[in-house]
Design a protein around this ligand. Structure first.
Ligand code: FAD
Length: 334
């Protein structure tokens, strides 16, 4: 396993923001993840594990410990009945690859997830979803390594506690997802499924900027009980709210923040729940913008926004902020 010192994290994220990891390693299976934890324990380093980097904002100072990036992972179609089949994927496998492989095999259910960036492990952890489909709907079981005990555990679907962008794994960051089993319907026509994937991707292109430096929706859709605001949403969009939540992008727009810019960080003009790095933005610029958005939305609409994007390397006692400059962590023997 190759441990490297002072590795910039920005290139591994879709935001393209973030300073260096003191120590960095790429891992592809459970034994490597376990080795990483052993190494960090020996050197008294904190550990952070991620994968696709599409839902993360690393601080400008980076992370003062070991960052492990889970890559790859196998993909297998397991036996099943004539109506349904199970698939198994390693956590680092890209979600899009899993969607494509399943559809090519005539398996139905994942088409709506085509185009969500990142890994299948990251998707399960955040119960990623789009167009009314969420990955948790298909999960049969998840294997995860408990970093506190060093033991592997298997979680059946009910134990995964899926909710809106939520799971047991998100509540328990000590768990590292290693593999995921999903149940899909069998008997689909692969050419029809591939056409649905293309439609889904086109729909995404239409509604969301897909080619910008960002981490997707920055805020979770907030629960809004204020009937006046819900009525305003109906009038403005001609749509019925799907549930107790309203889209965070609509809320941000209502507060007049579409296009609001701090430095090189900007609230997207096309999708106001995206905060975009227009080129060379720092994490500090993003967070300053985020705090303005949250405050304005709270003051004007009495709605509290919460981040969906994971903030990493902020507030740690070892993090030294020097405006916008990545820090060199003291050199470290690897
Ligand atoms: C352009 C764009 C569009 C997007 N559209 C959508 C969308 O439509 N729907 C949606 O739900 N999301 C969307 N996202 C957000 C993002 O793609 C998803 O949240 C994705 O599932 C994150 O997976 P990842 O592998 O990139 O996770 P990472 O960004 O690597 O990590 C995110 C969090 O998951 C944790 N994590 C990652 N892997 C594991 C693991 N194996 N075990 C335990 N924890 C882990 C990390 O520690 C971190 O806290 C979008 C992002 C972008 C950039």
């Amino acid at each position: 396993m190759n441990f490297r010192s002072n590795v910039p994290l920005a290139p591994f994220t879709t935001f393209k923001i973030g300073g260096p990891a003191k120590l960095y390693a790429e891992v592809s299976d459970m034994s490597e993840v376990a080795l990483g934890f052993e190494r960090a324990a020996k050197d008294h380093l904190p550990v952070y594990v991620f994968s696709g980097g599409s839902n993360i904002l690393f601080s400008d100072a980076g992370f003062p410990g070991l960052v492990m990036r889970i890559l790859d992972g196998g993909f297998r179609i397991l036996d099943g009945g004539s109506d349904s089949k199970r698939i198994s994927a390693g956590a680092g496998r890209s979600l899009l690859e899993v969607v494509l492989s399943s559809c090519q095999a005539g398996l139905i259910g994942m088409e709506g997830l085509a185009g969500i960036p990142g890994s299948i492990g990251g998707a399960v952890r955040g119960n990623a979803g789009a167009f009314g489909t969420a990955i948790g709907d298909m999960v049969v079981s998840v294997k995860a390594l408990d970093r506190q005990t060093g033991m592997m555990k298997e979680f059946r679907k009910e134990a995964c506690e899926f909710g809106y962008r939520m799971s047991h794994f998100k509540r328990h960051p000590e768990l590292v997802i290693v593999s995921v089993d999903l149940a899909l319907r069998a008997g689909g026509d692969s050419s029809v499924l591939m056409a649905t994937i293309r439609d889904t991707q086109a729909r995404r292109e239409d509604g969301h900027p897909q080619d910008v430096f960002c981490a997707g929706s920055f805020f979770m859709n907030p629960i809004v009980s204020d009937e006046r605001l819900r009525e305003e949403f109906r009038r403005d969009t001609g749509k019925e709210p799907k549930d107790e939540r309203l889209p965070a992008g609509w809320i941000v727009d209502q507060a007049g923040l579409r296009g609001k810019t701090i430095g090189r960080a900007k609230v997207s003009e096309r999708h106001p729940n995206y905060i975009v790095n227009t080129g060379g933005a720092t994490a500090e610029e993003v967070l300053t913008l985020v705090s303005i958005v949250k405050q304005r939305v709270r003051d004007e609409l009495d709605v509290q926004l919460y981040e969906e994007v994971q903030l990493v390397g902020f507030g740690h006692e070892l993090v030294r902020h020097e405006r916008g400059k990545p820090q060199e962590w003291p050199s470290f023997a690897t």
